[in-house]
Design a protein around this ligand. Structure first.
Ligand SMILES: [Mg+2]
Length: 124
């Protein structure tokens, strides 16, 4: 029996981490959370993930850097970037972030669930 898909959740807001973790676990995924971008990159160096869900604004390293590290270290992994505030400049640059999808926060739970299921090819 194949293992559960692995998800890395990176967000500096505890409430968001908890919500995303609960959602992933509800889908039967093996999810781990980290509190900032530096920890996310360290984790990506150590182990493989199938999906990375990252906040854009975090201490030490932002979601853009986490997305780039994912592409470099775990090229098969899907990347979903979430952000509460997009500045004009970030909106303009968003297309340069190497991610598979980005969404604004507060995110719509069903939209995130659908996206995760699609990325991981899960039965809905
Ligand atoms: Mg943040």
């Amino acid at each position: 029996m194949p293992g559960k898909p692995k998800v890395l959740i990176a967000d500096d807001e505890p409430g968001n981490r908890e919500l995303l973790l609960t959602m992933c676990e509800g889908m039967g995924l093996d999810a781990v959370t980290v509190v900032d971008g530096r920890e996310a990159v360290e984790r990506l160096e150590m182990e493989s993930f199938d999906l990375v869900v990252t906040d854009l604004h975090m201490p030490y390293r932002n979601g853009d850097e986490v997305a780039r590290a994912t592409r470099r270290l775990r090229p098969h992994a899907k990347v979903l970037v979430l952000s509460a505030s997009w500045t004009e400049e970030e909106r303009a640059r968003a297309s340069e972030i190497p991610c598979d999808a980005f969404m604004s926060k507060p995110f719509e739970v069903p939209e995130v669930l659908d996206t995760v299921r699609r990325f991981l090819k899960l039965e809905s």
